[in-house]
Design a protein around this ligand. Structure first.
Ligand code: PLP
Length: 390
């Protein structure tokens, strides 16, 4: 680690820093509360239960879910996606996704396809990261059961038109699973209005909670088509040998990550207080500044939609003649800038953008605490590395 002041631009991997309330919630639980959730007949355990339910309510409010019990806590985005994918695909079926899909979608789907349990169609993404809803009807099959959309690519930041595609999928009778890993907490999201049956997201990125947290929202009635992928103790209906059918217990077996969930609740409340729309406007302005600054450097190629309103706070780029991993190391050691390099677990998005064969990109990703100084420092650092402005 360098002794330079830290400029963290890897918020698409996990957000940092967090609002103070997140640290306080985790610390308070660990030091003072320390009781199980939903399993103790004493006042402190009841207090913990109420706090976990308050966190569930905070997430439900943020996504417009009328019933908090439809928000299932998971250990991360991957866990939520695996539950949604494996839980809905018990019978042979056809699944559609796009080339934006992260490995946490692609790998479970490919595993099922290799086992002969599903067939899979991947809808192409344009080189700038656009997905055309008109491409979906051709992908359709009579047994299409699930459409998995990436709300925003973690490589290019490009936003998929989930509303148009989701409506089409619903008309044709498929379930719509949205991977909101790069949007929940950054873009306004209303599950009551949008055609979303299942919404999966990490709690540790845009929701500003700790690592080891995630959520899966299950729309009304969808629980009938979603089998639990784990069974175990829930602290409820303990006389039954079978998993309870009630929500959230159907999908939440075992002691949950209570300190993480309480931190996640504090993150969701902070976002609500600040206002997602206001934070989004700020991030958008900084994303435009970053993309324009990088694009002005000779040898730099930024990928993703030219129209910044169609992307989240992610700017991925290559520098001619420079390996992305080496570039990221130079940013860190020379300038204190922490950024991710490589394929970012989403190879097809790189194939579409033409960056697969050059080892991927360097990705700079913004969080609500990045200011204009961070952006300008990143642009200046790349300019210096590129050999300009020295
Ligand atoms: C688009 C996308 N989906 C899913 C995930 C997986 O989330 P997690 O790291 O919480 O398992 C990520 C994380 O990088 C992501 O960017």
């Amino acid at each position: 680690m360098t002794s330079l002041p830290r400029i963290y631009l890897d918020n698409a991997a996990t957000s940092w820093p967090k609002p103070d309330g997140v640290y306080q919630a985790v610390d308070r639980y660990q030091r003072e509360q320390g009781a199980p959730y939903g399993r103790g007949g004493y006042a402190r355990a009841e207090h913990v239960r109420r706090e976990v339910e308050a966190a569930r309510l905070a997430v439900a409010r943020l996504i417009g879910a009328a019933e908090p019990r439809r928000v299932i806590f998971t250990s991360g985005g991957t866990d939520a996606l695996n539950l949604a994918i494996h839980g809905t695909l018990a019978e042979p079926a056809h699944v559609i996704t796009t080339d934006h899909a992260h490995n946490s979608v692609l790998r479970p789907l490919t595993t099922l396809a290799r086992q002969g349990r599903i067939t899979l169609t991947r809808v192409a993404v344009s080189p700038s990261g656009e997905v055309d809803p008109a491409a979906f009807p051709a992908a359709w099959q009579r047994d299409t059961r699930l459409v998995v959309l990436t709300h925003a690519s973690n490589v290019t930041g490009a936003i998929e038109p989930i509303e148009a595609i989701g409506r089409l999928a619903r008309e044709l009778g498929a379930l719509v699973l949205v991977d909101a890993a790069q949007t929940l907490g950054e873009l306004p999201l209303d599950v009551a209005r949008l055609p979303i049956d299942l919404l999966a997201a990490p709690g540790h990125k845009g929701l500003l909670g700790p690592l080891g947290t995630g959520v899966l929202y299950v729309a009304p009635g969808v629980e009938e088509q979603l089998s639990p992928t784990r069974q175990g103790g829930t602290g409820s209906e303990s006389e039954l040998d079978m998993q309870p059918n009630s929500l959230p217990d159907k999908y939440e077996s075992g002691n949950p990550n209570v300190p993480g969930i309480l931190g996640l609740g504090a993150g969701a409340r902070w976002l609500a207080e600040q206002g997602i729309e206001r934070l989004r406007a700020r991030t958008l302005e900084r994303t435009v500044r970053l993309a324009a600054g990088l694009a002005s450097i000779a040898g730099v190629r930024c990928i993703g939609p030219a129209d910044a309103t169609r992307r989240v706070g992610i700017v991925s780029f290559t520098l001619e003649g420079c390996d992305p991993h080496e570039l990221a190391m130079m940013l860190d050691s020379g300038f204190g800038i922490e950024a991710r390099a490589g394929l970012h677990c989403a190879p097809s998005a790189h194939r579409a953008a033409g960056t697969l064969d050059v080892g991927g990109t360097v990705r700079l990703s913004l969080g609500p605490f990045n200011d204009a100084h961070d952006i300008d420092a990143a642009i200046e650092a790349v300019r210096q590395i590129a050999g300009q402005g020295l």
